[in-house]
Design a protein around this ligand. Structure first.
Ligand SMILES: NC(=O)c1ccc[n+]([C@@H]2O[C@H](COP(=O)([O-])OP(=O)(O)OC[C@H]3O[C@@H](n4cnc5c(N)ncnc54)[C@H](O)[C@@H]3O)[C@@H](O)[C@H]2O)c1
Length: 276
């Protein structure tokens, strides 16, 4: 085990199963010696809780990982999750917000047809929730002399990506929120950043039409000609949690095989050896 995050106390929000980005991040941070607590979204059949408990037992002794139900639409859930995890971990240095939701119907509608309620819900769960958890985390991080908050975003915030519909404005608001929170919390040495990940097959992503095409296209045309993995996102999250990124705040870091820099989705540059 390496120890880049030894002594670092992190709360991870958003593990649903072994494919979750939050799980890739948790594994990366665990490998680097962080102490971890987790929240999960309670749902009636308890499927997510069972998944998370099983994953924690693979990570080590489940007793070592405080676990709390938390729906980010509930302020009392959030208060309870932060109080309990900070008490169990002895403080809080890092917060991972890997949460998003939009109704499948609204994701599949043309943008102009998104329902009023669907738009509001995507905004509340996927964007406003960062404010709510940052508000709960910041006094705890201040007590620790500072901290790092990170969230997950997607390039559909800036560019029109077919199939992303109701989630796109939520990601744009989330990225603006990262900048505003970074500016506000910086004087208290709390950093706030976003990781913009390339397409990964997760539960949430299964609601986005065109995922397979996006992954194929990344392999064929992204500068690195390869899809990203959970481990790639986990490693960037380790960097953001660690002192290695001490002066990095308010940023969106792209872990996307370089896709972001391309001006056209059609005309990928030939690799030098392919050029006639
Ligand atoms: N998978 C991708 O291709 C991709 C790419 C870029 C960004 N992201 C972002 O990464 C983040 C994590 O998503 P993922 O792809 O790992 O999928 P996921 O389905 O594994 O994770 C989404 C999580 O959000 C949680 N959640 C939804 N509503 C909630 C609520 N009301 N309260 C508490 N938790 C709630 C779910 O329980 C789940 O754990 C999201 O913000 C997503 O938009 C995903």
């Amino acid at each position: 085990m390496n120890e880049l995050l030894k002594g670092n106390r992190a709360l991870i929000m958003g593990v649903a199963d072994k494919h979750s980005i939050a799980w890739g991040i948790a594994q990366g941070m665990h490998r680097q010696g962080a102490s971890l607590a987790f929240t999960f979204q309670h749902e009636p059949r308890g499927r997510i809780e069972r998944n998370v408990r099983k994953l924690l037992s693979e990570l080590g002794n489940p007793q070592d990982f405080p676990l709390m139900a938390c729906d980010v639409t509930s302020d009392s859930d959030i208060d309870n999750a932060f109080r309990t995890s900070a008490a169990a971990l002895g403080g809080l240095d890092t917060l991972v917000h890997a949460i998003a939701y939009a109704d499948r119907e609204d994701l599949n509608r043309p943008f102009s047809e998104i329902s009023r309620n669907g738009y509001k819900m995507a905004m509340e769960i996927s964007a406003y929730s960062l404010n709510a958890v940052a508000r709960a985390a910041s006094p705890l991080m201040e007590q620790a002399g500072g901290g790092s908050i990170m969230t997950l975003t997607y390039n559909a915030a800036e560019k029109a990506v077919p199939g992303y519909s109701a989630m796109a404005p939520a990601k744009a608001a989330l990225e603006a929120g990262v900048r505003y929170l970074a500016a506000e919390l910086g004087p208290r040495k709390i950093r706030v950043n976003a990781i913009s990940a390339g397409p990964l097959r997760t539960l949430s992503a299964s609601a986005v039409k065109g995922m397979t095409v996006l992954r194929r296209w990344t392999e064929a045309a992204s500068p690195l000609r390869e899809n990203i993995t959970l481990e790639d996102v986990g490693n960037t999250a380790v960097f953001l949690a660690s002192d290695m990124s001490r002066m990095v705040t308010g940023n969106t870091i792209f872990v996307d095989s370089g896709t972001y820099i391309l001006g056209s989705q059609v005309a990928a540059m030939p690799a030098p050896e392919d050029a006639g």
